[in-house]
Design a protein around this ligand. Structure first.
Ligand code: SAM
Ligand code: SF4
Length: 332
């Protein structure tokens, strides 16, 4: 593995950038967004050229993996062109994406051709009515078609993401795993994080820990420690489902603080470099880029300097929304 110039005060090496290409979305998942959301005006969003320039700086500093996310990355005009230019950056090992899958039917082939090697698809329910109410108006069929299209397009790996909420979809843990195994996909279960005000439920009442999900899975599946070890995976923990191609991941920001192995930063659609998902420490890259057009070295230096301010860890409390930015505006 090559060296990273991005090393923080706790000797964590940043090799992974999550780039939010838009704060907009074609769904309104209840745990992610409030019913009424105000989105950024176009002038405040980084252009595709600015996103490519910022990415170039990160890769020159040792970032090896970029995830395109949002909001919903596939609603951003020009997303395939952006993927095309990022995948050609010298030193980038992997360009990946997280999508809700709704538009994948249309985009899967082009994304693979543009160099997106792996994709995470979010799906929290396999029941059409429940899917609709969780996403406020989404159609499960669209996502299932998207998953089929992704399978046919030849991504190296497809992973499902499911946020599990008590009393909402915690009875689908096993069904989602079965679906993943039957389709040869990986799956990650994610604990809900208190990011942004939401209107549908109290997060303190819907908490489900990764530990209890693992217990549910153990009733039907034999989970074995995975030899899979992606150096860029950072805090995700994976187990293999015996006699299958499926790995199960647990993303446990609430029950098991994983900050010591954090290897990532995020850039929002607005061009804010977020040094931690659960803190407000940030650097306005948009201003730097717009004030100093073409100055790659200046931008790189500002990013290197920002590592001094990367917080040691997050402190999430489901009863207390200290972070007002929603996940959709953060880049999940
Ligand atoms: N729209 C795309 C999608 O849904 O996959 C990409 C962006 S979304 C913000 C990325 C991931 O964050 C999704 O898997 C979603 O379920 C998850 N997410 C959103 N809000 C969350 C929250 N409050 N806590 C935990 N995960 C959340
Ligand atoms: Fe949109 Fe993804 Fe948030 Fe759902 S989780 S509202 S699909 S950004």
């Amino acid at each position: 593995m090559s060296g990273s110039a991005l090393i923080d005060r706790f000797d964590r090496h940043v090799r992974y950038l999550r780039l939010s290409v838009t704060d907009r979305c074609n769904l309104r998942c209840t745990y992610c967004m409030a019913e009424d959301m105000t989105f950024l005006p176009k002038s405040k969003v980084l252009s595709l050229e600015e996103m490519a320039f910022v990415s170039k700086a990160f890769v020159a500093l040792g970032v090896e993996k970029i995830r395109l996310t949002g909001g919903e990355p596939l609603v951003r005009n020009g997303i395939v062109d952006l993927a095309n230019s990022l995948s050609q950056l010298d030193g980038l090992r992997e360009l990946v994406m997280t999508s809700n899958g709704v538009l994948l039917d249309k985009f899967a082939d082009d994304l693979v051709a543009a160099g997106v090697s792996r994709i995470n698809i979010s799906i929290d329910s396999l029941q059409p009515d429940r899917f609709k109410s969780l996403t406020r108006f989404g159609s499960l069929d669209d996502v299932l078609r998207g998953i089929d299209a992704a399978n046919a397009a030849g991504f190296k790996k497809i992973k499902l993401n499911a946020v599990i909420l008590k009393g909402v979809n915690d009875d689908e843990v096993l069904n989602l795993a079965r679906f993943a195994v039957d389709h040869g996909l990986d799956i990650s279960y994610i604990e809900e994080m208190p990011l942004g005000e939401i209107s549908s439920h109290l997060r303190s009442e819907t908490e489900v820990t990764s530990g209890s999900i693992r217990e549910q899975l153990a009733a039907d599946f034999s989970l074995v420690e995975s030899s899979f070890n992606d150096p860029a995976a950072g805090p995700s923990r994976y187990l293999s489902v015996a006699n299958s191609d499926t790995k199960v991941g647990f993303i446990s920001p609430m029950s098991n603080n994983f900050c010591a192995s954090c290897n990532r930063v995020r850039v929002t659609a607005e061009g804010l470099l977020l040094l931690c998902l659960g803190n407000e420490h940030s650097l306005d890259l948009k201003q730097i880029v717009r004030d100093n057009p073409g100055d790659l070295d200046g931008l790189k230096q500002a990013i290197v300097d920002s590592m001094e301010r990367k917080p040691e860890r997050h402190y999430f409390d489901p009863n207390d929304i200290t972070i007002t930015r929603h996940m959709s505006a953060t880049g999940g």
